[in-house]
Design a protein around this ligand. Structure first.
Ligand SMILES: Cc1ncc(COP(=O)(O)O)c(C=O)c1O
Length: 443
């Protein structure tokens, strides 16, 4: 772990996490890397968790940390909120899954369609990956076209068509105005990259030109209103408005991936931006901490999934789709999320971006904090971060150093510098984060 920023933070991490190290050593003979999810892994090993309560988590070494990851933005109420625990406990005693629908999926569907402007009809799934896969399939079936377009650096889960240009090597990624379509994993079939068109996020002129060029073959444009895994980079409003206009002009289905951004407002980012897509993919907060995702949109597109009177044009299976545990957890969560709750969370995010930015400015550290509402990301670069390539100008080594400094100081965040807030947090946690960041810059 050689670094120009000093070894002490790494040594301290090793010292304070010896039980996690033992567990990881054992786990490596069972699970590749000792984990079962790439995004929770970092070198040399991640801490293994024992429990969480409110905004705090506790690992097997007894370290207590404030959870600014919230399971990658999904735990908007923090860990074990009493209303969700009560709903899940009650449902667990009544049955966890049936090969039949229940009223709970109807209730959650009702709650979401009332909130999210684009969603006239909805279907549930168990992961965002699946929900994206079905949304893309629906767009293909609806338009009779085969290609999809996505942003460079956009993350939409791990199905074949989503695994393109997720985090491409800039040296291989070609022209900034017309990025290359590159497989994001070994094993993605070649034909997939032929059918996925990549556009530069936040660049309306270049994106419009790409959509125009492929308009006859293009079924869907899928985009995150805030580019998430590439560093919480908000789309400009004009950019989303331009995407809406050009996709409508050419009959291309516009899909917002709101798996993360649904936490920005009652109606998600689409309500905040005032831009309504044809379809929306959701996940994370709608399951209240349990594995629930969904896709929905215009009734005429979603009608392709209707099996009445024969075979559905798009059969959707999934053993745990709409399972009552996830449904009641999601419903109990959304009921807590009033306009006032969103305002408070978003206000705290705004405040933290300001305070952290002031720390960097005071110390003359070339860094910035991007994000929107309760979503934040640290970037160690002077270059304004507006898309994937500007994000990649960040000093990865400094980020890694600060990341370990924060872990040691009791702040849990994503290794890529992502932080997000839960309603379980307050001024105390904001102060703790700012102080820990100041210390991590010194370490
Ligand atoms: C924007 C976005 N889309 C899709 C996904 C995939 O969701 P899942 O991990 O539930 O498959 C994620 C997960 O982090 C995401 O952030």
């Amino acid at each position: 772990m050689a670094t120009v920023y000093g070894q002490a933070v790494f040594e301290e991490y090793l010292r304070a996490n010896s039980r996690s190290k033992e567990l990881n050593d054992r786990a490596r003979s069972l699970l590749p890397g000792g984990v079962t999810r790439t995004s929770v892994y970092f070198d040399p090993f991640p801490p293994y968790m024992e429990r969480g309560s409110g905004c705090r988590i506790y690992d097997v070494d007894g370290n207590e940390r404030i959870d600014f990851s919230n399971n990658y933005t999904s735990l908007i109420l923090g860990h074990c909120p009493p209303e969700v625990v009560a709903a899940v406990e009650a449902q667990a005693a009544r049955g966890s899954a049936f090969a039949a629908p229940s009223r709970h999926e109807v209730d959650l569907a009702g709650e979401i369609t009332r909130r999210v402007p684009s969603v006239e009809r909805i279907r549930f799934a168990s992961s965002g990956t699946e929900a994206v896969m079905f949304a893309l399939r629906a767009a293909r079936a609806f338009t009779g076209r085969r290609k999809i377009a996505k942003a460079e650096g956009g993350f939409h889960g791990t199905s074949e068509y989503a695994m393109v240009s997720v985090s491409p090597d800039p040296a291989r990624a070609g022209d900034q105005q017309a990025p290359a379509s590159l497989a994001a994993a070994k094993g993605v079939p070649e034909g997939v990259t032929d059918d996925v068109v990549v556009f530069p996020f936040n660049n309306a002129a270049a994106t419009e030109a790409i959509i125009r060029q492929h308009r006859d073959d293009l079924a869907a444009v899928i985009v995150e209103p805030v580019l998430g895994s590439s560093g919480m980079i908000p789309a400009r409003r004009e950019y989303l408005a331009a995407l809406r206009e050009v996709t409508a002009r050419y009959g291309v289905v516009l899909i917002f991936d709101e798996i993360i951004t649904l936490r920005l407002a009652m109606g998600g980012a689409q309500a905040r931006y005032g831009v309504t897509p044809d379809m929306t993919v959701m996940g994370k907060i709608i399951g209240g901490g349990y594995p629930v995702a969904a896709f929905g949109g215009r009734a005429e597109i979603m009608a392709l999934l209707d099996p009445e009177g024969g075979r559905a044009a798009i059969p959707q299976s999934g053993t745990y789709n709409g399972n009552p545990i996830g449904m009641v957890a999601g419903l109990a969560t959304l009921r807590q999320l009033t306009p006032a709750a969103y305002d408070r969370l978003n206000g705290m995010g705004e405040e933290l971006r300001g305070r952290l930015g002031a720390v960097f400015a005071r110390r003359g550290v070339p860094a910035q904090v991007t994000g929107a509402g309760s979503l934040l990301n640290l970037h160690f670069t002077k270059v304004p971060v507006t898309d994937f390539r500007t994000m990649r100008t960040g000093d990865a080594e400094r980020l890694r150093h600060v990341f370990f400094g924060l872990l040691n100081a009791g702040i849990f965040l994503a290794p890529r510098g992502m932080l997000c807030l839960s309603t379980a947090m307050d001024e105390e946690e904001m102060v703790a984060l700012v102080r820990a960041t100041e210390r991590a810059l010194e370490g």
